[in-house]
Design a protein around this ligand. Sequence first.
Ligand code: ADP
Ligand code: ZN
Length: 614
Amino acid sequence: MSLPAVDTLSATLKNTFGYASFRPLQREIMEETLAGRDVLALLPTGGGKSLCYQLPAIVRAGLTVVISPLIALMKDQVDSLLQNGVKAAYLNSSLTDDESKDTWRQLFRGEIKVLYLSPERLLVEGMLDTLEQLKLEFVAVDEAHCISSWGHDFRPEYRALKAVRARFPHVPMLGLTASATERVRHDIVEMLELKNPRTFVASFNRPNLSYRIVPRLSPIKQILEILEGYRDESGIIYCLSRARTESVAADLVKKGINAEAYHAGLPAEERNRRQERFVKDETQVMVATIAFGMGIDKPDVRFVIHHDLPKNIESYYQETGRAGRDGLPSECVMLYTSSDAAKLRVFIDQLTDPLEREISSRQLSRLLQFAEGSECRRVSLLNYFGEVYKDESGEPALVCGACDNCLTPRQEVDATEVAQKLISCVLRIKKHSGFSVGLNHIVDVLLGAQVEKIKKWGHDTLSTYGAGKGKTKAEWLYFARELVTAGLLSINHDHFNVVDVTSEGLTALKDKRTIRLRAPLGTSGLSVDKRKEQRRHLGAVDFDEEIFTKLRSWRAGVAREKGIPAYMVFSDATLQAVASKKPRRYSDLRGVSGIGEKKLELYGEAIIELLEST
Ligand code: ADP
Ligand code: ZN
């Protein structure tokens, strides 16, 4: 097919979706697929993957098929497209016979531009023949990493896609994913049989997200403090266990927060109901295990709190990534305690597969390094994924200005005495018993704890027993780990994580060297000024709060009436733009991001009326 004029893409972006500009790589990806080539696109969550196939689908004459793994998401996407006046439909097991028939009729009349299919559907007899009759022109494979057994979300049904390729060798294919290691990327290309695909890899930086890690002291109180900044706005709190989700949710409800728990132990129907309530803003805060998130596209999640330590840095990135897909400033806070790390360590030590143990252990170390570290969070996250952070001007940078470590850099403190106590405690225990012990035991000795093993091994007779009562256990563990990082102590991960003093540590103790370590994570929240500074870095715009609130409640009414989530009517970003520009005339609304022709027609007058009355 012939390539549409470049302006067709921009015009459709504006008219149909109401957006003024493309997100990074969107245009390149669209042009490449429209030129008939296979493409693999790696964009972060919120990068705007859907548009990469939806917009070309509108421009194309024939049918675009989108393969998607989650039934809930298909419905969501189709509803969103219909709101923008794009003819879309889906076929999956959730439809009744009548609904399916109706969709088929529309398909055969050539009324549908975008058809969402589950991979299983492709294998239904006659499906491929039918697609041929329907003039299939383009296939987009969403969540393409599902095809790889190396990915974190392997779905064997995805292998059915091979049949599509075999049947339609000349129909261009687009594979999309937000997560792909080299290995998975290779698998996608191979399994989809992409032909000389061009691969587009966007930056994985999420410029509108802020990262903050604070010590977990009294979690409910801390969560309530964070929530104060978000009256009616959505957020997710991730917990490690099902029981914890229940108890945190219950505690929050007691404090008047509209919260609910979500975990895999709930019956599927109940899970769906809760998810739906969250998506429709009937529940403000979802307290969930990691079972929650994959199936939601809710773009206006304003905060993600980790009550417990995530599994590793990848998981942390994925989970925090569910905040702020709409591009508005959003916040990620982790409540951190080294005892979580200790628990994970015990769990890892019990893994029977040596390779798995090794990998998990390394991942945990990296995670702790990240969590306790004083480097810019953004720089260090991206660095983990092999990317150099670049600021708005495109220059490599070492600070983002919006994370806790950038906003409130941590001081170094004189830790000479602390270090001496720790090092000599390790030495005395070894001298006394002839073997080394783990961090917990060392700290227990310093604290003078009444622990069975201490008595059994006679460690309560050591001069260091009880010598560290001035500090909490968490503080001792923190400094001990810092000494490991500094190379004065070492942990033997292959042997029960026992701790030894390195030769450098010995010298430091002998020479009474001054030792400076970074102070532990600050306990205070961000000051008002710091918060303002942060929002500026995250690209916040000024808007009229009162109008925004009015628009939101108007939107809630419309959404309820139509039975769709509020964000499908308009995103927060769009409402903020309206509350910032305060257009007076109907036609001025055309200039607002997120208002396409269809939505203008549907809601334009109501908005102008609402603005006039304020
Ligand atoms: P992903 O699937 O990559 O996580 P989505 O396709 O869900 O991202 O897009 C995230 C949000 O960004 C959606 O609300 C979408 O409408 C919006 N969006 C996508 N492209 C643009 C753009 N060019 N300008 C403004 N908003 C966009
Ligand atoms: Zn930073």
